[in-house]
Design a protein around this ligand. Structure first.
Ligand code: FAD
Ligand code: SIN
Length: 536
């Protein structure tokens, strides 16, 4: 199959870009691929909202920029922060014009929320189901756009480069070029090639590398692992953000999120004894940036030997709580927690990947004709720690920038259909057999999640990282052997991708001989004077 614009992923990043290119080139074909149903994305689960300077009387670009830089702990690219903060409001207007609705107060003004690290109320939200509303609005627009085709249940295995045409490709190869992707089309059960002049990777995050995560099952780092295999550049993977307050429900995956906006409205963290503890750790108390709050909770849990702390919502009036957080209210009630009098048990959970595919300020990766945006990308916005609710904004800003760059390049004939596309070989399945024992995949996945959670979590040490790497090496060897000898399945590919993602996180953490932002290593507790990104 051949398409003009290939988009991998149907979250906010992929759909925003798809709509823009499709509307600009109504005679061209845009193909969006997604590995399960189109709406099953991290985007759908976003709760808190979209950060943006909306109230210019109280807020300003400078304040949002400053808050983002403080959270990023010295590693943000300041130019990128300015781009996102200043272009953000225009993108927010666009998503509203697509039909996304954000809550308003009784005066008809946007009801802005506050989250950790924000000095002002600037979070636009739709109750506590903002992502669901955004995904709904985008999908509705997409289905009304004739030249966009969405292919569900179509698993991308690898991106196609010169390597597949028989050339040797290494990290130092210049002009590695993306020609499209190989997919396992679960509708036909065939491995197909989809070739395209230009591909956008919007495959989201990798929370499933950890045992406890807020991310849905689809978040297996596929795009990041594919680019690494294709010898593209990956950056800052050690900065995995743990959300401080996921509902503590042993055995339930993914973990249900209790949005930070609850603390923005007055929720207080308390330890086992019922003491409010955040003032011991930071002057901003419960609304300190996430890395600080997650580490404080981790410390309280370890000191008391508990698996959770409490979120006390009793300071928030019941009516206000139900109005702003109806979904959380219902969820708590369903498991016997009445937020009016009971505390909610919460614990940190892997939540967001700040690093990813290294991109420039137009979302272009180090591989030609391959763009990346959304959570799979590392744009330079987040640095060592993402400011809450900046990621939906980032995805929209860079989807737009990718689109403008593609338009410019097509107009300048810099993206052209090449003859060699016809020479791309079919996928070879010769010599492989049906997987006989799924246990080989499921057990390795459990081991991986265990290793990452126990050795590469909120607090790290050199010994734990070295142990993690040794064990990942073994998992890698075993899984590659399985991959070579059995028929490809999404489960096997996801395991392979998660092992690669785990490796990139550990490798990044080993390189960083300091503690900064989300990366805290007790053997190197100080921040280094050297400001550097980890590029692998
Ligand atoms: P996603 O929305 O995750 O979409 C990924 C897409 O890629 C999916 O369609 C998937 O099928 C597809 N895909 C992946 N791999 C393959 C493959 N191999 N083949 C084919 N398709 C593939 N951020 C905020 O700014 N504000 C919030 O309030 C907020 N709340 C959050 C709450 C939760 C519970 C979670 C988990 C995240 C939250 N985030 C929030 C983060 C934010 O939701 C994500 O960073 C963002 O939605 C990512 O969007 P995306 O388009 O990059 O990827
Ligand atoms: C939340 O609502 O607490 C999550 C916000 C985010 O991850 O940006």
């Amino acid at each position: 199959m051949q398409t003009d614009f290939l988009v991998i992923g149907s979250g906010i990043a992929g759909l925003t870009y798809a709509l823009k290119v499709a509307n600009h080139f109504p005679d061209k074909k845009v193909t969006v691929i997604t590995k399960t149903n189109a709406d099953e994305t991290n985007t759908k689960y976003a709760q808190g909202g979209v950060a943006g300077v909306v109230d210019e009387e109280k807020d300003s670009f400078d304040k949002h920029i400053e808050d983002t830089l403080i959270a990023g702990d010295g590693l943000c690219n300041k130019d990128v922060v300015e781009i996102v903060v200043k272009e953000g409001p225009e993108r927010i207007k666009e998503i509203i014009s697509y039909g996304a609705q954000f809550d308003k107060d009784e005066k008809g003004e946007y009801a802005l929320g506050k989250e950790g690290g924000h000095s002002e109320f600037r979070i636009l939200h739709h109750k506590d189901v903002t992502g669901k509303e955004i995904e709904r609005a985008l999908l509705q627009q997409v289905t009304q756009t004739k030249n966009i085709e969405i292919i569900n249940h179509c698993f991308v295995i690898d991106i196609i480069t010169q390597h597949h045409l028989g050339y040797l490709v290494t990290k130092s190869t210049l002009n590695i070029t993306c020609y499209g992707v190989y997919v396992l089309n679960l509708n036909t059960n065939l491995i197909e090639k989809i070739v395209s002049n230009v591909t956008l990777l919007a495959t989201g995050g990798c929370g499933q590398a950890y045992r406890t995560t807020t991310n849905p099952k689809i978040a297996t780092g596929d795009g990041i692992a594919m680019v690494y295999r294709a010898k593209g550049r990956i950056e800052n993977m050690e900065f995995i953000q743990f959300h401080p307050t996921a509902l503590y429900e042993p055995g339930v995956s993914p973990s249900f999120l209790i949005t930070e906006a609850v603390r923005g409205d007055g929720g207080i963290l308390r330890n086992k004894k019922g003491e409010a503890f955040m003032e011991k750790y930071d002057a901003r108390k419960d609304l300190a940036p996430r890395d600080i709050v997650a580490r404080a909770i981790d410390n309280e849990m370890k000191t008391a030997g508990t698996e959770y702390v409490y979120l006390d919502c009793t300071p928030i009036k019941k009516e206000k709580f139900i109005h702003h957080f109806p979904n959380i209210y219902e969820k708590c009630l369903s498991i016997g927690i009445n937020i009016e009098k009971d505390f909610i048990p919460v614990a940190p959970a892997a939540h967001y990947s700040c690093g990813g595919v290294k991109t420039n300020e137009f979302a272009h990766s180090s591989i030609q004709n391959l763009y990346a945006c959304g959570e799979c990308a590392s744009t330079g916005l987040h640095g060592a720690n993402r400011l809450a609710s900046n990621s939906l904004l980032e995805a929209m800003v860079f989807a737009h920038r990718a689109y403008t760059d593609v338009v410019k390049k097509i107009n300048n004939n810099e993206i052209v259909f090449e003859e060699k596309y016809n020479k791309i070989p079919d996928w070879i399945t010769l010599g492989t057999t049906e997987p006989k024992e799924m246990i080989l995949i499921t057990q390795s996945l459990k081991e991986l999640q265990q290793i990452m959670s126990d050795y590469v979590g909120i607090v790290r040490t050199d010994v734990r990282l070295a142990r993690a790497m040794k064990r990942l090496d073994l998992l890698f060897e075993e899984t590659e052997q399985l991959y070579r000898s059995t028929k490809v399945s999404p489960q096997l590919c996801e395991l392979r991708n998660l092992i690669t993602t785990g490796y990139l996180i550990v490798k990044g953490a080993e390189f960083r001989k300091e503690s900064r932002g989300l990366h805290f290593n007790t053997n190197h507790p100080q921040k280094s004077n050297l400001i550097q990104n980890t590029i692998l």
